[in-house]
Design a protein around this ligand. Structure first.
Ligand SMILES: Cc1cc2nc3c(=O)[nH]c(=O)nc-3n(C[C@H](O)[C@H](O)[C@H](O)COP(=O)(O)OP(=O)(O)OC[C@H]3O[C@@H](n4cnc5c(N)ncnc54)[C@H](O)[C@@H]3O)c2cc1C
Length: 507
């Protein structure tokens, strides 16, 4: 069986599967998404989309419709529940110099998924196949043979690769015999969506995302476009609360209000578990299939989207013949530490702050702000590091200009590696007319050089160079820095060699 020319099969049309598919489509990779359900999920689940995810959605051309369905917020609050006093807020405008999207949005997951699905239908008609449950698969040298259960019986499908976005109970993970390592919390979390007026008749003036820390009983309050969502812990062994109890609970948290309607609720078990392996030859695990993270600080769904940012471009490069197979190894090498130590550790630290086991409430604002944006990839992982940019960092989305007007660094690298030569354009740096596919080399300078204008970007006020000094910065298609070195007249060659190493075509 020759399966290598088949499309990439994404298993599962949850948020991670849909964003992954949009990423593959954005890179021109043929994709089919198989979803077991009749419909997309209607359950009350994740509700907040962080800045970093907004950047990924923008890169995949999906941001506009998501913003239209969402509630924007510019303040994230931390409140001491017992006293009702604010211990400080994160004002997301602090990120204005770093990103075009210095805010987060609230959108219920069951409203986000249809937006992503209709974008996918628009870009790749017929790619989303509902009522197709993956039951089994086998790998061959040149592809993967799938067996899917459908209303018409079992059907076979030949795919080049399988991206398992099939959630916490992943069939693919189970078939591969991959273990998950970690623990399950004793507490479960209850989530309830309530319609109550906290703006006019019972003004509370809460930020639209607020964390109420408390030794006894913390609470997260999330304003959704159509309701308020409360998340709080349930003591071990407690049953799911009935509607009346949920109403009382809300009153306990926010004081008496004139009317409360329960729209829906969900009680869920909270895990902190990561798959021991994320790849088996042509099969990869992403999202909840790879990691179940305490959804504190919205790090459940949003961590999955980081996987969906890391893998599609790698596959595109390999399938186009622009990279060696080894490029695919970087996915697990980078994303697993992000899940374990980055998001995972941050979510656990956030939990400790929430139930006041940690006295680091003072550092909360700083850590939260960086969580919104910063992921550093590589062995030396961190979501909280500050200081000068280094390889592995997400590059700030700074503005430069070309002949048509403003353009941002993340736009420059959408479907390409970009070598930014941050030097004085009056030195007339040499840039090769062509080079390996998938690499662009450009000059970024506050000085104009008329004969270089087609390859140069104007950096008014030296804003970009001030961040990086006189360097050449190699940026990947996912906006992470692959390499930085001091600029010299031969940088064009050394950065090209470095690119070939990155994509495993060197030597
Ligand atoms: C109650 C609750 C509240 C949460 N709150 C938050 C929150 O506030 N913030 C946050 O960031 N995260 C939160 N999370 C976590 C968040 O919902 C998940 O991280 C997110 O849904 C993961 O997305 P996913 O696409 O990886 O998996 P899922 O959303 O689980 O999607 C998996 C999809 O795969 C399909 N599927 C499964 N098996 C197969 C198969 N064999 N063949 C084909 N299709 C298959 C399923 O039907 C499903 O559509 C919450 C989760 C729950 C349950």
């Amino acid at each position: 069986m020759n399966t290598s020319d088949g499309p990439v099969a994404v298993i599962g049309a949850g948020p991670v599967g849909l964003v992954t598919a949009l990423g593959l489509v954005a890179h021109g990779v043929p994709v089919v998404v198989f979803e077991a359900g009749n419909d997309l999920s209607s359950e009350t689940k994740a509700g907040t989309v962080l800045t970093r995810t907004l950047e990924v959605l923008d890169r995949y051309g999906a941001l506009g419709p998501v913003l239209e369905a969402s509630l924007r917020l510019d303040e994230i609050g931390e409140v001491d529940r017992a006293t009702g006093t604010s211990t400080g807020s994160v004002l997301t405008s602090a990120l204005a110099g770093e990103t075009r999207f210095p805010f987060v949005v609230n959108v219920p997951q069951h409203e986000l998924e249809p937006v992503l699905a209709s974008l996918l239908e628009e870009r790749a008609p017929g790619a989303l196949r509902m009522r197709h449950r993956l039951v089994d698969f086998s790998q061959h040298d040149d592809g993967v043979a799938l067996r899917l259960s459908t209303p018409d019986g079992i059907v076979a499908f030949a795919a080049s690769h399988v991206l398992a976005c099939d959630g916490g109970r992943s069939t693919v993970r189970e078939r591969l015999g991959v273990e998950v390592e970690g623990h399950t919390l004793e507490q479960r979390y209850a989530l309830v969506d309530l319609v109550c007026d906290l703006d006019v008749r019972n003004p509370r003036d809460y930020p639209y995302l607020a964390y109420f820390g408390d030794r006894e009983e913390w609470m997260v309050l999330v304003r959704q476009p159509h309701c308020w969502r409360f998340v709080f812990p349930l003591a071990p062994g407690r049953d799911a609360p009935a509607a009346e109890e949920l109403r009382d609970k809300a009153a306990h948290f926010i004081g008496e209000v004139d009317s409360v309607e329960v729209l829906g609720s969900n009680v869920y078990t909270v895990h902190h578990r990561v798959a021991s392996r994320w790849r088996d030859r042509r099969v990869f695990l992403l999202g909840d299939a790879a990691h179940l993270i305490t959804p504190m600080w919205a790090l459940g769904l949003n961590t999955g989207v980081l996987d969906a940012s890391n893998l599609p471009w790698r596959l595109a490069w390999v399938l186009r013949g622009w990279a060696g197979e080894e490029l695919l190894e970087g996915y697990e090498a980078e994303q697993k530490p992000v899940a374990v130590h980055g998001s995972g550790a941050m979510a656990e630290a956030a939990r400790a702050v929430m139930d006041r086991r940690s006295d680091s409430v003072a550092g909360w604002r700083d850590a939260m702000t960086r969580t919104l944006l910063g992921v550093r990839l590589g062995a030396d992982w961190s979501m909280t590091r500050s200081g000068p940019p280094r390889a592995g960092d997400r590059i700030p989305d700074l503005r430069v200009f070309d002949r048509r007007g403003p353009v941002h660094l993340h736009e420059l690298c959408r479907d390409s590696f970009v070598a930014l030569h941050l030097t004085d354009a009056r030195r007339r740096p040499f840039l090769p007319a062509d080079g390996p596919p998938g690499l662009k080399q450009v000059v970024v300078s506050r000085w104009d050089a008329p004969d270089l204008r087609s390859r140069a970007f104007f950096d008014p006020g030296d804003t970009v160079r001030e961040r990086f000094s006189d360097t050449v910065v190699l940026v990947r298609p996912d906006a992470h820095i692959a390499h930085i070195e001091p600029w010299t007249t031969t940088s064009w060659r050394s950065v090209q060699d470095r690119y070939l190493q990155e994509v495993h075509l060197a030597g």
